[in-house]
Write a protein that binds this ligand. Structure first.
Ligand code: 9MR
Length: 553
């Protein structure tokens, strides 16, 4: 494990670098089939990498372009990398598997997938009449809502509005930026899902995103506000199949930050689906307007926390909502061109123009807001160029960071916290957006570095995407995986987490004190480092869509 590569591979014309931590000065690239050496050279370095504690050197083999399967060796050849491919469509299978994984986590749906052999009975029929819970008590009499549909969030069976919305938004962003990568029929979706959408020729990715959008729609009250989540009152054991989790399910909480996200993603959907299904687009726009008018009449942040919501589901708590209000108004401005949304941004949220947005996450969607504004025809030209300049300046800093890291990760040593693998890819997406403002190869290359990182060029010598790479997660923290025995491909797990947060990882940290980038366990028990979630994989769809021709998906 002394020569680390992207275990999936590299495209022919991209830069190709292996990270070497053997004490060697030379490297060679060999054809895995013939054993022939196709390139060799001197290693650059060494440099000390703080995040991993490793001393690393770099092997650059950009000139190896012929499609094939290879290994990189260091020194006398005793240290060799995992196998990887070179090819134009090298990320196609990974992209398809990530997209299919959304289908394979549908709630209330029979899954019988011939590709992965994943099969489960429809779970949680309770969601059709989910019980209302608010304040400090169950409201069993009469008050039930139809909260069926949507995706299970992660390793659990909870369904949460905010990660759902930020995930769909990134799938729609992937489609808007690279529509040619997505096609109808390309994902070989299992029988019985999205039949009408597929018959109508909707690209598979949009058919899948629509399933979640329809759930978000059910999570909206008539006055436009969005409830927070649907979940049971306790955690089912890990070997529980969806259909075996028969506990009552409740609708918990309500938030203005979630309402802002629903407004934003619905406004995006009104744009993206218009050419395929005008009725659905109209519905989405109406939902976006309803959510936005709720925000207008409730100017202060609301995060309603119900007593019963603290066990059996995740928090996704957020007491502020400015960045989501910004995103909502910016998407509505982009979709409708109406000046009232620009006025709202200027009158209520002017400070948000001056902030440098962090990478996209459920906790902060300002970058999506800035991006919507930057790409809106109705944007003020001066504001627009300031937003673009800010993004470019931030991207320049990120490129510096990537270059200074031994593993070319866009993370500082203190950013190996919960879902660090997602953060790395989300930084990559920021770089790709910056590249649209000001085209620079360095941005795209540094974004590719984040793909190489999560696909195996890591201090743990692991890929963090199930099914991709020779050493990918075998034991993700997932109830669908654990209860069916099928390690579904296309899951990005959280990755190294120096804060710990589950007993297994805490124990590793307490006994071995690994460097931040090695605080990872490929164990079912480690939900703080080895759990996949819908929002983790979403930025990888954005990135891989750019790097994958449709024919390869
Ligand atoms: O993704 C969430 C991460 O940002 C938080 O730090 C973490 C701890 O609160 O929770 C993560 O979300 C989990 C959610 O609460 C419940 N379903 C599983 C999610 C992934 O671990």
């Amino acid at each position: 494990e002394a020569v680390l590569v992207d275990q999936v591979g590299y495209r022919p014309d991209d830069p190709k670098t292996a990270v070497v931590r053997a004490d060697a000065s030379t490297f060679a690239v060999t054809d895995a089939e013939s054993g022939e050496t196709v390139a060799s050279g001197d290693l650059a370095g060494p440099t000390d990498d703080d995040a991993s504690g490793d001393t690393v050197r770099h092997a650059a083999f950009d000139d190896v372009r012929d499609p094939g399967t290879y290994r990189v060796t260091a020194g006398d050849g005793a240290a060799a990398s995992h196998e990887f491919d070179i090819g134009e469509g090298v990320y196609g299978r990974t992209l398809a598997e990530i997209c299919r994984r959304y289908t394979l986590r549908r709630a209330n749906t029979r899954i019988d997938d011939p590709v992965t052999d994943l099969a489960y009975e429809p779970g949680h029929p309770q969601d059709r009449e989910a019980r209302m819970y608010f304040g400090d008590s169950f409201h069993d009499e009469g008050e039930r809502i139809d909260a069926r549909g949507g995706w299970y969030d992660a390793g659990d069976y909870g369904k949460y509005v905010t990660p759902g919305a930020v995930t769909v938004a990134q799938l729609l962003l992937a489609y808007e930026r690279n529509p040619d990568s997505f096609d109808s029929g390309q994902l070989a979706l299992p029988d019985g899902v999205s039949t009408a959408e597929r018959e109508a020729g909707l690209p598979d990715l949009l058919a899948e995103a629509k399933f979640e959008l329809e759930w978000l729609e059910r999570m909206q009250r008539p006055d436009g506000a969005a409830y927070h989540k649907v979940a049971g009152g306790s955690w089912p054991s890990m070997d529980t199949r969806p259909s075996e989790d028969t506990q009552p399910r409740y609708v918990f909480g309500l938030s203005t930050y979630g309402t802002g996200m629903v407004a934003a993603v619905s406004a995006m959907a009104a744009r993206v689906y218009r050419e395929f299904d005008a009725d659905f687009a109209d519905r989405m726009l109406a939902n976006a307007r309803d959510a936005f008018s709720y925000l207008e009449s409730n100017p202060d942040p609301v995060f309603r926390r119900d007593d019963g919501q603290n066990d059996g589901s995740g928090g996704y708590a957020k007491e502020t909502d400015r960045t989501e209000r910004f995103w909502a108004a910016a998407e509505l401005l982009k979709t409708t061109g109406e000046s009232r949304f620009a006025d709202y941004l200027e009158d209520e949220l002017a400070a948000q123009f001056e902030a440098t947005p962090p990478a996209v996450s459920w906790a902060n969607t300002l970058l999506l807001g800035h991006w919507a504004y930057y790409t809106a025809d109705a944007a003020d030209p001066e504001r627009r160029s300031a937003v673009g300049d800010r993004l470019v300046a931030d991207a320049d800093r990120l490129v510096e960071r990537v270059r200074s890291e031994g593993y070319r990760v866009a993370l500082s040593t203190d950013q190996y916290y919960w879902a660090s693998a997602k953060l790395a890819v989300a930084q990559g997406v920021k770089l790709l957006l910056a590249d649209e403002v000001e085209a620079r190869e360095a941005y795209v290359d540094a974004a590719l570095d984040q793909v190489h990182y999560v696909l195996g060029r890591t201090p743990t010598a692991r890929s963090y995407v199930t099914g991709s790479g020779e050493r990918a997660p075998q034991n993700p923290h997932s109830r669908t995986v654990e209860s069916t025995g099928v390690n579904v491909p296309g899951n990005l797990v959280g990755g190294p987490n120096a804060d710990g947060g589950d007993p297994a990882l805490d124990e590793l940290i307490a006994t071995e004190d690994p460097p931040p980038a090695k605080c990872y366990l490929d164990e079912t028990a480690s939900y703080a480092s080895n759990e996949p979630a819908i929002d983790y994989a979403a930025p990888l769809v954005v990135a891989l869509a750019q790097f994958t021709p449709a024919s390869a998906v």
